[in-house]
Design a binder for this molecule. Structure first.
Ligand SMILES: Nc1ncnc2c1ncn2[C@@H]1O[C@H](COP(=O)(O)OP(=O)(O)O)[C@@H](O)[C@H]1O
Ligand SMILES: [Mg+2]
Length: 243
């Protein structure tokens, strides 16, 4: 199987050489745990070291802010502008969102994709599926069996599932970042995407004595021997270093 290397120091060997090609990976963590930096390195290293095109969809930071932050970590996105596209779409619905991604994909034929964050992308889901949701009820003969939370989960599931399938169709190995509450028992903010993706990585800060330490855990990685360890990492001026 082909592996897509992140090029992040110390990371690829934890997952058998890289992400399985065409897989979808959920990268979850509370704010400040390094999700955006990890994702930026994945896209940048792909272009610089493996000659692979990438699209970074930034739904939080604007393009210029993202580039400036990246530069502080030695990531010069302008130097790979022929292979990397950063977009920060401001859209109404998932259909438009996908259209924008496909337009960019036609330009650079990406092998890598980042959606930062899936939590924000999901804001688009309800407006797309509220109509479909009603159809869904009608198909079931209007049986009033759906309580709002269940319907909500079904909508989110469908939207995420569609997104995952579309990105695979484009030929991408994708990272979706997800916000996570510090005390959450789930692996994602939406509590369903961890079941739909091929891999899940959790980034955390834990207290060891009176010192905070960054750690990562690989919760799931399809087609890969499960790594059971908790791995310490640092964020340095050269990016993420897994110990
Ligand atoms: N040059 C740097 N050196 C060390 N740590 C840094 C540097 N730049 C950013 N960081 C750390 O990275 C964190 C932000 O990472 P980021 O990927 O934006 O987090 P997230 O996307 O998970 O919210 C900051 O909290 C900061 O501690
Ligand atoms: Mg971020």
């Amino acid at each position: 199987m082909n592996r897509v290397k992140t090029g992040i120091f110390g990371f690829d060997e934890l997952i058998g050489g890289g992400f399985p090609e065409l897989s979808s990976i959920l990268l979850s963590g509370s704010p400040g745990t390094g999700k955006t930096i990890f994702s930026l390195q994945y896209i940048y290293n792909g272009a610089k070291d493996y000659n692979e095109g990438g699209i970074f969809v930034s739904l939080g930071e604007g393009v210029e802010q993202l580039k400036a932050n990246a530069k502080l970590l030695g990531i010069d996105l302008d130097s790979v502008s022929d292979k990397v596209k950063i977009i920060a779409p401001n859209l109404d619905n998932l259909g438009e969102f996908m259209k924008k991604i496909k337009e960019s994909a036609n330009e650079i034929k990406p092998k890598r994709m980042v959606i930062d964050s899936l939590t924000t992308a999901e804001i688009y889901a309800p407006s797309l599926v509220s109509v479909k949701g009603l159809e869904f009820m009608e198909v079931l003969d209007g049986l009033p069996v759906f309580t709002p939370p269940i319907l909500g989960e079904a909508i989110t599931r469908r939207a995420i599932d569609k997104l995952i399938r579309e990105l695979k169709k484009i030929g991408c190995t994708s990272i979706f970042t997800s916000e996570l509450f510090k005390a959450s028992d789930s692996l994602s903010r939406d509590t369903v995407s961890e079941f739909l993706v091929d891999g899940v990585i959790i980034l955390k800060r834990v207290l060891i004595g009176d010192k905070a330490q960054r750690v990562l855990v690989i919760e799931k990685m399809r087609s890969t021997k499960q790594d059971e360890n908790v791995h310490k990492f640092d964020i340095t001026s050269e990016g993420i270093i897994v110990k």
